[in-house]
Design a binder for this molecule. Structure first.
Ligand SMILES: Cc1cc2nc3c(=O)[nH]c(=O)nc-3n(C[C@H](O)[C@H](O)[C@H](O)COP(=O)(O)OP(=O)(O)OC[C@H]3O[C@@H](n4cnc5c(N)ncnc54)[C@H](O)[C@@H]3O)c2cc1C
Length: 733
């Protein structure tokens, strides 16, 4: 423990110890105080200031040190100072004391508690950050919750000191008045328990839940206010239960769920069913990656014992195959399939014209105004093209347009070192483009731990990609008909000539042009549609999910959110579900693949969460060796001393597939011991998971027991307790 903390701890222990050693706990009993009250009252008559100051300091100290005696002290306050002054003095003394106890708890314990239980406390922390005042007020009003417990526990949460102080002062006021008033009648009271009658306790409980009821009322009033200006357009009956805008991953799942539960649902798509994932995202990119990988494997034919193998290809054929793959997957997301499932699919542009009405401009030329009880916005995102001077003259390719290429660019600049930029940079390099990948930050895949970025960058460089990290694109020029990118690196200009530019620096949510502005639905700092934890916008019947809502931009998170959005939209009147982001996996499909679930070291450090690391190198895995893919890592973060998984990153062949075991473990709460105790098929890549668990187990082996066993076996061999060789050193990570 750091020295200031030690000092505070010592002070608290010494003062608390002194209180008990000097018999304070026997002194501040109800009976004792009742016996002493007359003497104190007469002292007060002659020494007003000294009595007030002494009483005040004593009260503050007792509260700050969480010592017993708050009730007797309050009673005596009433007996000495009367109702008015007693209430004033006790109110301030108890609140200041409570705030000091809160600060002591925060100073000594909060970091430790948050580090140890941070993952579990996330929901509580978020709740307290948003509505801590409400919770505290409720607790303060309910006399069954001890005063000192509230002080200490609240100190561990993120509630602000100022909020704690004033909410405590206001929240405790009613109780203070009751006890101070009782103190004015001290002679007539036989025990403190008699002060609170069941009726009074009931009233306090009602007062306690009042803030929560008030919150519901405030929410209802807010909702009424946002709906107020639309009162004229509220239909008396609705044509539909749900309208979904956008038929990408989010919209398809939202409408599917609605149809399954027999709601009348309409799905409106203005472009292509399947959205980005099918048409310009996951599916074409994975198809392209596969062709590029086949080519890269053929080039390594000798490594596989083949004398020679070569591949002739036409890039246009590769891109046609990509389209064939898209067409093969298309039926899964088609209007025919969804119509068959009970979803009304409309081909056109949707605009929300009131909280219950959507106007659909159909491709047939017809415009229809549809009424609905609820709306799910699933309008997705689009590539962001940064306003770098000159970029507008570059015919910049994006993930939307690159699929139209039929000839391979000789020199390709890929702007962006994130997943999309990296997947495409490697693929194009494998087909033979001279690829320069430009990233402003110091590493590729900057969300991942540095060793994974390094692993990917090393492979890229080996394959001929010019990886320029720490390069900031400054300007695009055309010089003598040649395209040039000027980057800034450590104060110097770096010039890159190229033939084609792919911009992959991020994606922005589609928030304009379909009614959000008119309805006043806000956009967050991340430029996504603003929603609450139930995915509701400011209109409780309008929800958003997928890329348009964020914070993640994956197909599986879009589908995950879509469940919450549609279920809440259809059944939220009875029960609403908070979107759960506790275990979100993802993968970047470079070679090596990099997959992650939960925390990595970067995030654990940033959030001050204590962890242990176990690493297994896939270069040592039989199947990876047999496959000629002996590279990569499984890196597992666990709670110190426990097998509970905080997060896993895997780099290597099929990392996105093999990580699923850890995703299941985190989701369903089983740890590394259970993974180690599971039979994994030999020889598979998934065995890497078991071996990573084994690394953890070895580091936590019971060394003492094993040493004793060694001696036991030596003894059984008839060699006394002398080990056969030098005692085994158990490895650790
Ligand atoms: C190159 C690339 C590779 C990717 N690879 C992966 C991957 O491997 N794995 C993964 O999980 N994710 C991947 N993603 C991300 C994934 O594609 C998206 O997260 C996912 O498509 C989001 O789905 P969505 O439904 O929110 O949005 P979208 O798929 O964008 O769908 C939104 C739909 O709404 C429609 N729309 C918008 N406004 C209106 C309107 N007013 N009226 C009617 N229709 C409207 C749009 O036309 C669009 O079809 C990739 C993305 C890209 C670009």
């Amino acid at each position: 423990m750091k020295s200031p903390k030690l000092l505070v701890l010592v002070a608290v222990v010494l003062l608390g110890g002194a209180f008990f050693a000097l018999g304070g706990h026997q002194y501040v009993t109800f009976e004792n105080i009742k016996g002493q009250v007359t003497a104190v009252q007469s002292y007060y008559q002659s020494h007003v200031l000294e009595t007030v100051a002494g009483y005040f300091i004593l009260y503050v100290l007792m509260a700050a040190l969480s010592l017993p005696g708050a009730v007797p002290m309050t009673l005596i306050g009433g007996a000495i100072f009367g109702l008015l002054w007693g209430t004033v003095i006790v109110s301030f003394a108890s609140t200041i004391g409570a705030t000091l106890a809160f600060l002591v708890s925060r100073f000594l314990l909060r970091d430790w508690v948050q580090q140890k239980f941070g993952q579990h406390l996330r929901a509580i922390n978020d709740g307290v950050e948003k509505e801590g005042g409400f919770y505290l007020f409720t607790l303060r009003l309910i006399p069954a919750v001890p005063f000192f417990v509230i002080n200490v526990v609240m100190g561990l949460t993120p509630i602000r000191v100022r909020t704690f102080y004033w909410v405590s002062q206001v929240g405790m006021l009613a109780g203070t008045i009751v006890f101070v008033n009782a103190g004015t009648q001290l002679a007539a009271i036989s025990s403190p328990s008699g002060i609170l009658s069941p009726v009074l306790i009931g009233s306090f409980v009602l007062l306690g839940i009042f803030p929560l009821i008030a919150k519901r009322i405030v929410d209802a009033v807010k909702a009424r206010r946002v709906y107020a200006r639309w009162s004229g357009s509220k239909p008396s009956a609705y044509d539909r239960n749900l309208i979904v805008i956008g038929a990408g991953s989010a919209g398809l799942v939202a409408s599917y769920i609605a149809a399954v539960v027999k709601a009348k649902v309409t799905l409106i798509e203005r472009h292509l069913m399947g959205g980005d994932c099918l048409n310009t995202g996951c599916v074409p990119s994975k198809a392209l990656i596969k062709s590029a990988r086949v080519l890269a494997t053929i080039r390594r034919a000798k490594e596989y014992g083949l004398k020679s193998a070569s591949a002739e290809f036409d890039f246009a054929d590769v891109m046609e195959r990509v389209q064939r793959v898209v067409r093969a997957v298309e039926p899964h997301d088609s209007a025919e399939r969804y119509t068959g499932l009970g979803v009304e699919c409309l081909d056109g542009d949707a605009k929300i014209v009131s909280p219950w009405e959507v106007e659909a401009k159909l491709k047939s030329g017809e415009t229809r105004r549809l009424t609905t009880r609820a709306i799910v916005i699933a309008a997705g995102a689009r590539p962001f093209v940064p306003p770098i001077p000159g970029i507008e003259q570059m015919d910049c390719l994006t993930s939307d347009t690159i699929w139209g290429l039929r000839s391979l660019p000789a020199r390709l600049v890929v702007l962006g070192g994130g997943p999309i930029g990296s997947e495409l940079a490697q693929s194009f390099a494998r087909f033979g483009s001279k690829v320069t990948q430009v990233e402003m930050l110091p590493r590729l895949l900057p969300r991942e731990d540095p060793e994974f970025s390094e692993m990917v960058a090393r492979r890229f460089r080996e394959e001929g990609v010019d990886v320029l990290t720490g390069h900031k694109a400054k300007q695009f020029l055309v010089e003598d008909g040649r395209k040039v990118l000027v980057c800034e690196r450590e104060g110097h200009d770096v010039r890159i000539e190229f033939d084609a530019l792919l911009c992959a620096v991020g994606r922005v949510a589609n928030t304009k042009g379909y009614g959000l502005e008119e309805l006043g639905i806000g956009v967050s700092k991340a430029r996504t549609v603003e929603t609450n934890e139930f995915l509701q916008t400011i209109y409780p019947n309008i929800y958003a999910c997928g890329d348009v809502a964020g914070p993640y931009q994956f197909t599986h998170t879009a589908a995950h959110q879509a469940w919450y959005a549609s279920v809440n939209a259809l059944f939220g009147t009875f029960k609403k579900f908070r979107a759960d982001y506790s275990v979100i996996p993802w993968a970047t499909f470079t070679d090596p693949e990099v997959a992650r679930v939960g925390l990595n070291e970067l995030e654990a450090k940033e959030r001050k969460i204590a962890y242990e690391v176990s690493v297994f190198g896939i270069d040592d895995l039989d199947r990876a060796i047999a496959d000629g893919e002996a590279h990569g890592l499984v890196k597992v973060l666990t709670v110190p001393g426990k097998d509970r998984i905080l997060g896993v990153t895997i780099a290597g062949d099929h990392a996105g597939d093999i990580i699923v075991e850890f995703v299941a473990a985190m989701r369903h709460g089983f740890g590394l011991n259970k993974i180690l105790g599971t039979i994994h098929i030999y020889p598979t890549l998934a065995e890497a998971n078991k071996y990573a668990a084994g690394v953890w187990k070895k580091a936590h082996a019971p060394v003492g027991v094993l040493n004793k066993l060694e001696k036991f076996h030596a003894w059984r061999r008839g060699r006394g307790t002398q080990p056969a060789s030098e005692s085994t050193q158990l490895g650790s990570t």
